[in-house]
Design a protein around this ligand. Sequence first.
Ligand code: BGC
Length: 724
Amino acid sequence: MKRIQIKIAGALAVLCLSMTNQKTSAQGSATDAAIYKKIDVQIKQMTLEEKVGMIHGNSSFTSGGVQRLGIPELTMSDGPHGVRMEHGRGWNAASMHVFDSGTYLPTGVCLASTWNPKLGYAFGSVLGSEANARGKDIILGPGINIIRTPLNGRNFEYQSEDPYLVSKMVVGYIKGVQDQGVAACVKHYLANNQEIKRGSINVLMSERALREIYLPGFKAAVQEGGVYSVMGAYNKFRGQWCTENDYLVNKILKGEFGFKGLLMSDWGAVHNTLEALWYGTDLEMGTDLDKKAYSNFYLADSVVTLVKKGIIDESLIDSKVSRILYVMHKTHMFDKRPSGSFSTKEHFATAKKIAEEGMVLLKNSNNTLPLNKNGIKTIALIGPNATKLQSLGGGSSQVRTRYEITPQAGLSKMGKGRFTINYAEGYKQERGAKANEQLINEAVTAAKNSDVAIVVGGWAHGYDFTKWSDNAYDAEGVDKDDMDMPFGQNELIEAVIKANPKTIVVLMGGGPIDISKWISAAPAVLQAWYPGSEGGNALAEILFGEVNPSGKLPMTFPKHLSESPAHTIGEYPGDGVTVQYKDDIFVGYRYFDTYKVAPEFPFGHGLSYTSFGYSNMNVIAGNQSALVTLTVTNTGKVQGAEVVQVYVKDDASSFRRPEKELKGFEKIFLKPGESKTVTISLGKEAFQYYNDVKAQWVLEPGSFTIMAGSSSRDIRATKGITLK
Ligand code: BGC
């Protein structure tokens, strides 16, 4: 086992809030040609058994090395928003005596809500640095499955409903990780958009939906991010398991996209030796719990037999070993990897910055927020999410962290010497729990006796691995039953708003929840996601105006579940065997805007404590391209950041196209009164669609509308162009 080297807080500062410092690469200078020469030499020295030892797991998070030749084991860890606790070679976290309490970064949806690719890089840098310090070679993230339904239990780990936003955020994350000398692993390839039946469901979708919606994030991860590893999903795609899927892995990923790294299975996702060998799996991962021994894995002893019998050519095994060795060379396993750092002040500062920019102010009538520190003596703080530690929630993405500031802790720090906090639980966070009169009464009393009431509610984060079904709502392996507020929260919030008109609702969770019962009565609502180790501090600073919120929704918040496309025109969760994505390309706002369905909050929405004016929009059409310029002015009294979003509409097309599609954005920071010019260039991809009759991307000449706005439904300036 590799020596685990841990440098604690303050010891070594790798990051980098100076996110401009995006080194091209710390990955050394060896060219691929030189690497392949070395790989050739290594493979020639190996016996068949040694090669096969490298293409399957040999402990819960390692695959085999070849000691004789100085080839170490490959060590991995989840992922995606922190380095997971040590499980040793088995699964027994409790018996480990290792300092593995690191930085708990805000989860994927919160990162995406920053709409700030530089923070993607900063996030990746922290993760890569900590993984490196903990002796890991691969960190199992980012998770970028498209958010297709609000019910998916893992939405909190993922990023967006929009392929363009995912593509932009994923690149920085990967480079950030890999610049620290370790590999990222983008997952779950592909169409793992629900947890129900994830281990067996067969996903059917059109080629157009595949190309326009589900693939672009992975393509960007490979071609722009240069990701070294990809994890195949549990489910099937068009009848074949994703991890051993000829079309997805051999043809698209390794062929079309030119992926040079390794494709590993999700844990236990391989089903057949020959198919895995033929259809692209390079590394079978999983646990020995179900198979008794690692030598029983599909890509273990039976492969040796197949080669010896002449059924499989040894060169096929060589190609897999070559990909694994390629990642080892790229991550400096044979030379000196830069050292990492763990649990540092700087890492926690980055976690805070991401939380500050990722929280989304959904509603703020009559300037309820920000609160005035000096004008408040008492706060009623209500709801279990105000005090709950979230870091261990969610399943494989759980993180043991050195500290986690809860909303209660953050507000207490803010209030020190100024205001007192009256906490009331308000509801029980237990599966099946209903409105509890006594707890509601206590909350109402606290609200009545306080200047302000803050309810911290929303979803629950599933905790206990062995009891997922008890309380898991945002968690791996389960989907939510519906989008309704669980545990009687509607009754609670309605009662609290009545008791104190200055009520602020803070929602935690990985995605939307049905707030239609009380949203019109609530003065202010903030979406806080799962905001990581420093979340409570970031929250308090936003509520009190020390930080101006600038997050924007990376997904549509429907009013009701029944209006969301997977549920109204699509299929979810399928018939138990197959799920057909009849919603096709109409995922998220592409559906809501085209079908004219009003959401609760649209994609891209997020308020600020200041206001922004858009002016001087100009669009110059080029040859299959356009250049958009516009001026944005901070017209309010405090500094703030605006995400300028550029959407494109094809005015007339022979194929039905969405009402608008995001094709560019930029986050700009402005002082009061300050103006900046934003320039966004649109390449041909911004105008094309995938024509599945011709099986190619097509740009149909004609007129297009270019829209610039503050959300998908708050378009501030529009210009038409004609492309030849
Ligand atoms: C999850 C992966 C994770 C793996 C290893 C699987 O159950 O789907 O995302 O990386 O376990 O923990």
